[in-house]
Design a protein around this ligand. Structure first.
Ligand SMILES: [Fe+2]
Ligand SMILES: [Fe+2]
Length: 179
C-alpha cells in the first residue's frame, strides 16, 4: 500500500485562500484522528487500522510542516511593518506552532509505527491533546487573525504570499517533496 500526500490547496493565486484551505482540511483531519483513536481503543490493532495510522501520519507530517512554513515564511514577513496588534498575534501563533509540533512529536512516534501502540488509552490521550491544541489554534487563525489580515494586505501582497508558498513546495532541500 502506498501513502501519498495530496496538497489540500490547488489554487495559489491568493495566499490567504491557501491557508484557509489548509485550515478546513486540518480541522476535518482532526475529527478523523479522534475517530481513529476511538477505533483503536475499541479493538485490537488490525492491518486496516494500522494503514489508517500510517496514512494519517503521512498527511500530518507533510501538511503541518508545510502549513507552518506557509504562514511563517509566506505570510508573516508581509505583516512585520504593520500594526503592533498583528505583530503580537503573530508572535503567539508562532509559539503555538512550536507547541503543536511538540505534541505532534509525541503522537507521531506511535502514529508512524502503529505496532508501537501498546497502550490504546495513552494513544487516545496523546491524540486528544494534539487535536485540541491544533483545533483551537486553527479556529483562532480562521476567525480572528485571517479576517484582520485580509483587510491589511493588497491583492498584490496576497498573490505574493501565494507565490512564496509555491516556491516552498519546489524546495526539495526542506524535505517537502512527497513521501
Ligand atoms: Fe498557524
Ligand atoms: Fe494556520
Amino acid at each position: 500500500m502506498e501513502f501519498r500526500f495530496t496538497d489540500p490547496a490547488s489554487d495559489f493565486s491568493d495566499g490567504l485562500a491557501v491557508l484557509s484551505a489548509y485550515h478546513q482540511s486540518l480541522l476535518a483531519q482532526g475529527k478523523q484522528l479522534l475517530l481513529l483513536a476511538d477505533d483503536i481503543v475499541a479493538g485490537e490493532m488490525q492491518e486496516a487500522l494500522a494503514n489508517r495510522c500510517i496514512a494519517m501520519h503521512c498527511y500530518y507530517f507533510h501538511a503541518n510542516r508545510l502549513h507552518h512554513l506557509d504562514e511563517e515564511r509566506g505570510l508573516f514577513p508581509l505583516l512585520l511593518d504593520g500594526e503592533q496588534l498583528i505583530i503580537g498575534m503573530m508572535d503567539l501563533l508562532v509559539q503555538d506552532h512550536q507547541d503543536i509540533e511538540e505534541d505532534w512529536e509525541a503522537l507521531s512516534r506511535l502514529l508512524g509505527s502503529p505496532r508501537n501502540i501498546t497502550d490504546a488509552q495513552e494513544f487516545q490521550r496523546l491524540a486528544a491533546v494534539f487535536e485540541k491544541k491544533q483545533r483551537e489554534h486553527l479556529l483562532r487563525e480562521e476567525e480572528d487573525f485571517l479576517p484582520r489580515v485580509a483587510t491589511l494586505l493588497s491583492a498584490e501582497q496576497k498573490a505574493q504570499a501565494g507565490a512564496s508558498m509555491v516556491r516552498l513546495r519546489n524546495q526539495k532541500q526542506v524535505g517537502l517533496a512527497s513521501a
